[in-house]
Design a protein around this ligand. Sequence first.
Ligand code: PMV
Length: 358
Amino acid sequence: MSYPFEINNQTHVDFTEGKVGWRCPSNIAIVKYWGKHGRQLPQNASLSFTLSNAHTDTYIDYKKKEEKGLGLSFLFENKTNKAFEDKIRLFLKSVIEYFPILDHLYLDISSSNSFPHSSGIASSASAMAAISMCICEIDQQIAGIRSTEIDIKKASYLARLGSGSASRSVIPDLAEWGEHYAIDGSSDLFAVNVSEVHDVFKTFHDDILIISAAKKSVSSTAGHALMDGNIYSEARYQQANERITQLKKILKSGDVNAFGELAEDEAMTLHALMMCSDPSYVLMEPGTLDMIREIRTYRQETGIPIYFTLDAGPNIHLLYPDYVSAEAENFINEELLKYTENGRVIKDKVGNGPQKLV
Ligand code: PMV
C-alpha cells in the first residue's frame, strides 16, 4: 500500500516524554459531503469555510510505554467521558498502521471546546482535527524532525479517518476535499487549500443561530449510509461536483449573490436528501423554516446579501460579507432571535486554521 506521505517506522528511539497542544476550528461546508464509501472516502467533492471562534483545544502529554499496546486516558472539559474516550481509543487503534509509534505510547489527552458541547454544533470536525494535529506533531518529534511545521496532508488524512469533514478543519480559510478537476492537487484522501479566492470571502461571517441544541434523531453516520439506497444519490453526487466547478468560479470573481444562492441551494438539497431517504427523516424544526422565510423576505426587501446554509441539523448558519455586519446584527436582533433557543447565537467567521498551543 502506498501513502501520500512518509510513515515513521522508528519506534525504538530514545525519548521519555513530551507534550503537544493544538487548537483546531470547526468548519461549515458550502458544497456538502453527504454519502461515502470504502474507508471514509467521499462520494463527491466538498468545499468549506474554516471557522475561527468555534474550536477545540487538545493537549496530549505522551510517555514511552514499556510493554506494547496503546495506553490512553481522556478528559473532556476536565471530566472523564467514557463515550468520548472509547471513540478516541478506537480511532487511534485504527490508525496504528500510519503511526506505528502509537503502539508504544501512553497518551494523556485533555480536550475542551470553545462552544457548549450541547449547542447543536458538530464538534467532531474540530475535535478530530485537533487530535490529529497533536498525533502528527508527536510523530514528528519522535522521528527527530525539528520543524514545528506539521505535514498538513498527513494531518488531514488522519483527521479524515476520524470524521470526513474533519479533514477540512486543518486547512486555513477555505478547504476542499475530494478529487476534482477544478481544484489543483485535490484528493479523496485529504483536503487542500482553495486558491484564487476573492478577499470578500476571506472575512465572510457565519453566525450560528441555535434553534435546537437537542441531540439529532439521526446521526451523520446513519445519514451517510442512507445515501446508498437513495434513488437520487447518483444525480446528487454529479450535482455536487458540478457545483464545485461553479463555486470555484464564484470564489474567484467575488460574486456574493451567486455565492449565497449556491449555498442556500446546497442546504436545501442536503435536507431534501434526508427527507427522501428510506426511511425518511426531517432534521429541520419549525423555527428553521421561519428563519429561512425571514431571511429570503429580508433580502428581497432590502437587497442586502444575507444568506443561510444548514448543517445536518436544524440550526441556521447565517452567511454574509463583512461589509454588511451592522445590518446583519440588527436583522438578527429584530427578526431572528425570537426563533432561537434562549437567544443563543455563536458568532463566527472565516479563520486561519490550526493554532499551536504549546
Ligand atoms: O464528517 P461527518 O461524517 O460528520 O459528515 C458531515 C456531513 C455534513 O456536515 C452534513 C456536510 C459536510 O460536508 O460537512
